[in-house]
Write a protein that binds this ligand. Structure first.
Ligand SMILES: Cc1cc2nc3c(=O)[nH]c(=O)nc-3n(C[C@H](O)[C@H](O)[C@H](O)COP(=O)(O)OP(=O)(O)OC[C@H]3O[C@@H](n4cnc5c(N)ncnc54)[C@H](O)[C@@H]3O)c2cc1C
Length: 286
C-alpha cells in the first residue's frame, strides 16, 4: 500500500488527481477502523495531516469557513459561539480521543447517515467546499452533498477543503438518541436552527433515512404559521413534529426499529423547537 504525504493543498490535489483511488486520511477514526477490520484495502492512503491549512478556520464572506481537518475538540473549544448546533453535536461524538482526532471533513467524507455533523450542517444551511486539480472549486449545498448510504457528491479526483457555515443568528439545538450516553453511534438524531432574520427554521434529521436530510414540509409549515413574537402554539409544535417524523424513512437495524426512530424524531423535533423558542423569546425580552 502506498502512503502519500503531501505538505500543501496543491500537492494533495495533484496526488488525488494522479491516483484517484488513493483514500484520504485525516483523523483516521473511520479509515483505520475499516483497514484494521479488513473491510477496505486501498492501493494508497493519502495522509492530509501535513496540510496545515486544513486544520484552520476563519471568517470568509460572513461565514465560518471550517477547514476539513478541524477536529471536534477544536469545534467545541473555538466555535461554540458562532456554530452552537455543530458544537453541541461535536460534544456527543465518541470519546475525548475520537473528538481530538476525528474531524468534520472526515464525517463528510464518510457520509454515514448516522454522522453527527450532518444534521446541524443541514439545519444551518451549510455548503461544502470541494476541489479537484482539473476543475477547481465547487461549493455544494449540504442538502445536495449526501447521495446515498455512505455516498456523497464528491468525485473520485476531489477532496473536501472546508465547510462554510453562517454564524447563528438565533438559537440552535442538536439532540441525539443512543443506546447509552457516550461512545455511541446515533440511533437517530435531530438538529434545529432558528433564523429569525429570515423568519425561517432549519432542520436536519440523522440516522433515520439512507442519507441525512431536512424536513422541508415541516420547515414550510413554520415559515407560514409561526408568530415570532408570541409563545409557541403547542398544536403547531405538534404538527411540526409530525411532519418531521413523516420526512424520515428509517429502517430496522441493530440500533433500533424504524417505528422507534419515527417516534423519536417527532419527540426530538418538538423538544428542540420548544427549547429554541424559549431561548428566542428570552432573547427578545432581554
Ligand atoms: C470509537 C469511535 C466512536 C465514534 N463515534 C462517533 C460518533 O459518536 N458520531 C459520529 O458521527 N462518528 C463517530 N465515529 C466515526 C468517526 O469518528 C467520524 O466519522 C469522524 O468525523 C471521522 O473523521 P476523521 O478525520 O477521523 O476521518 P477519517 O477516518 O480520516 O476519514 C473518514 C472518511 O472521510 C474521507 N476523508 C477524510 N478527509 C477527507 C478530505 N479532506 N476530503 C475527502 N475525503 C476525506 C476518508 O477517505 C474516509 O472515507 C466514531 C468512530 C470511532 C472509532
Amino acid at each position: 500500500m502506498d502512503f502519500l504525504r503531501p505538505t500543501t493543498w496543491g500537492e494533495a490535489l495533484a496526488a488525488k488527481a494522479d491516483q484517484p483511488d488513493a483514500v484520504p486520511v485525516q483523523g483516521g477514526t473511520d479509515v483505520m477502523v475499516e483497514i484494521n477490520f479488513d473491510r477496505r484495502r486501498p492501493p494508497a492512503l493519502l495522509d492530509l495531516n501535513r496540510v496545515a491549512e486544513l486544520r484552520e478556520w476563519a471568517m470568509v464572506d460572513g461565514a465560518c469557513r471550517v477547514g476539513a481537518g478541524v477536529s471536534y475538540a477544536e469545534v467545541i473549544r473555538e466555535l461554540g459561539g458562532p456554530l452552537p448546533g455543530l458544537a453541541q453535536a461535536a460534544r456527543t461524538v465518541g470519546s475525548p480521543q475520537i473528538r481530538n482526532r476525528g474531524s468534520v471533513g472526515g464525517n463528510l467524507g464518510a457520509a454515514s447517515p448516522a454522522g453527527d455533523s450532518h444534521p446541524p450542517l443541514l439545519a444551518a444551511g451549510a455548503a461544502v467546499e470541494v476541489e479537484s486539480r482539473a476543475r477547481g472549486v465547487r461549493m455544494i449545498p449540504a442538502e445536495e452533498f449526501y447521495l446515498g448510504v455512505k455516498r456523497s457528491a464528491l468525485e473520485p479526483d476531489e477532496l473536501i477543503r472546508a465547510v462554510h457555515v453562517r454564524p447563528a443568528t438565533g438559537p440552535q439545538y442538536f439532540s441525539k438518541i443512543g443506546t447509552r450516553n457516550a461512545m455511541v453511534i446515533a440511533v437517530c438524531s435531530f438538529a434545529l436552527a432558528l433564523h429569525p432574520g429570515e423568519r425561517r427554521v432549519g432542520t436536519g434529521i440523522g440516522s433515520a433515512a439512507p442519507t441525512p436530510r431536512r424536513a422541508p414540509e415541516a420547515e414550510d409549515l413554520l415559515a407560514r404559521e409561526l408568530d415570532w413574537a408570541a409563545p409557541l402554539d403547542p398544536a403547531l409544535a405538534g404538527r411540526f413534529a409530525e411532519l418531521c417524523a413523516a420526512a424520515a424513512a428509517p429502517i430496522d437495524d441493530v440500533r433500533g426499529t424504524a417505528a422507534y426512530r419515527v417516534h423519536a424524531i417527532a419527540v426530538m423535533a418538538r423538544r428542540t423547537l420548544t427549547w429554541a423558542w424559549n431561548d428566542h423569546l428570552a432573547r427578545r425580552a432581554a
